[in-house]
Write a protein that binds this ligand. Structure first.
Ligand code: SF4
Ligand code: SF4
Length: 467
């Protein structure tokens, strides 16, 4: 029997009471590694200060009041547990506009799992009888009816594959490897789905796209609609039970299958497959010198920067950190190992970007806030659906950061980040091209194969799974 939001909050009580309200989670470090131009760039929404510690929490930046910053939400959780506060629509309207970006948990030296706390708080709020906000009710209804929150018809989920000549991979029965496409790439950013599937084809991977795939449930785990999320999880676990390796192009789906599903599955049960993002495969093949890239005149000299999606970045980093802390016998010694593992993880997409710089001639330039300090794109946690203005203003702040380093192209590896950054880029006239790294490789025909990968290369586990 799955735990209720209130039971999860009770379990997190010790963590909640560990919060000393120091508000260090309010700030992130901005400035390295490229200090040129620091403090000179005025963003589209006013001057942006780039050096030193800057305000980090998008919800706090947007709404300003104490309760909206993370420390305020932890205080709300504490007051609910002590009985000093009850769930009301007013409380809901404070805890819902949070992107669950994890910036606060990454910054907290007390290692408080703030995203788990906020998600449990939201689930407990819904269970208490407070209605969801209207826009969340709508996506909840749509996913229950159609298995996706966009209102797309089930039979059109893989239309992009048929239109792009990739139809043979839909329900390809003899493949052990599957590509989980996700709702955003299936119904909105189909470029991501097409270019990922084409890249797999170019690499010679025998893969399948499962026709019974449904929404991964990410937005519903995040907003506290846990029953809906679990139903979707059970459908996916049934649909993918016969595959060995599951590849993703969406950071949110990858996080949900890898971190959420094992937590919500019956005790003692494990995922029947391994998971990894497509960028991990490409980085591995580069390191093994099996692939390189062709020079490209159009891209040569273009400044390219990279946005770390919160779901592949901080969420995995914090999860790895929590696992290692739990298993550690000597945290003093192990804290260095934790740091190294997180650094290694964040380097994976950068292996591809550095190789693109070397072979293709792009100029890879990091933004001022990267990795654990990276600013969120504003799309997650049910915020894009529920609070679109806040969501797009946050994306525009991130576009400002890309503008500040002179980026011609802003890359990321998540269709949901891609969509929000791209919309803000257009709406606020940031003047960049927004695209995925793998999309760039396929669309500009950059792949140059030195040695054709074998099936074992595709089945090699993620570095997350390697001790
Ligand atoms: S969550 Fe951590 S960093 Fe934030 S106020 Fe509490 S103890 Fe301080
Ligand atoms: S998860 Fe992100 S938006 Fe939410 S409180 Fe933490 S830093 Fe702010």
């Amino acid at each position: 029997m799955a735990k209720t939001g209130m039971e999860r909050l009770q379990e997190l009580k010790k963590e909640i009471f560990k919060c000393i309200h120091c508000k260090a989670c309010k700030f992130a470090y901005s400035g390295e590694p490229d200090r040129e131009g620091i403090g000179e760039y005025a963003g589209k929404q006013g001057t942006v200060l780039y050096e030193g510690m800057v305000d980090a929490c998008p919800a706090g930046i947007e709404y300003g009041w104490e309760a909206f910053w993370n420390a305020g939400k932890i205080w709300i959780a504490r007051s609910i547990l002590t009985g000093d506060l009850e769930f009301t629509e007013e409380v809901r309207d404070v805890i819902m506009p949070c992107i669950t970006c994890g910036q606060c948990s990454a910054q907290c030296d007390n290692k408080i799992p703030t995203v788990d706390i906020i998600e449990s708080l939201r689930a407990a709020c819904i269970e208490s009888g407070v209605p969801m906000i209207e826009k969340h009710e709508l996506v909840d209804r749509l996913v229950k009816e159609l298995n996706n929150p966009y209102g797309g018809k089930a039979e059109e989920r893989f239309k992009w594959a048929k239109d792009a000549g990739l139809g043979k991979y839909v329900d390809n029965k003899d493949a052990k490897i599957a590509y989980y496409v996700g709702c955003t790439a299936s119904y909105r950013q189909i470029e991501v789905a097409i270019t990922t599937a084409k890249l797999f084809e170019l690499l010679g991977m025998n893969f399948t796209i499962i026709g019974d795939e449904v929404c991964c449930g990410s937005p519903f785990f995040r907003i506290g609609a846990v029953d809906t999320a679990q139903e979707l999880m059970n459908k996916n676990l049934e649909a993918f039970k016969n595959v060995k390796m599951l590849y993703f192009s969406c950071a949110g789906c990858y996080r949900t299958f890898t971190i959420d599903y094992p937590k919500w599955m019956p005790e003692g049960e494990e995922l029947p497959f391994k998971t990894q993002h497509a960028f991990e495969l490409v980085a591995r093949l580069i390191q093994q010198e099996k692939i390189k890239f062709k020079p490209n005149k159009e891209l040569k000299g273009k400044v390219v920067t990279y946005h770390d999606p919160c779901h592949t970045g901080r969420h995995f980093a914090v999860d790895m950190e929590q696992d290692m802390i739990r298993e550690s016998k000597n945290l003093l010694i192990d804290s260095r190992k934790i740091k190294e593992k997180i650094e290694e993880w964040y380097e994976v997409p950068r292996i591809i970007l550095r190789k693109l710089a070397e072979d293709v001639g792009i100029v890879f330039k990091e933004m001022y806030r990267i990795k654990l300090d990276s600013m969120c794109c504003g799309a997650g946690g049910g915020v894009r659906a529920g609070y679109p203005e806040f969501s797009l203003r946050t994306a525009s702040l991130r576009c400002d950061e890309a503008n500040a380093v002179g980026a011609d192209i802003l890359t990321t590896e998540c269709p949901f980040c891609w969509r929000n950054l791209s919309d803000a880029n257009d709406m606020y006239n940031h003047g960049m091209k927004v695209m995925g790294i793998l999309q760039m490789i396929t669309e500009y025909n950059l792949l140059d194969m030195a040695e054709k990968p074998k099936e074992d290369d595709f089945l090699t586990p993620s570095i997350r799974d390697i001790e």
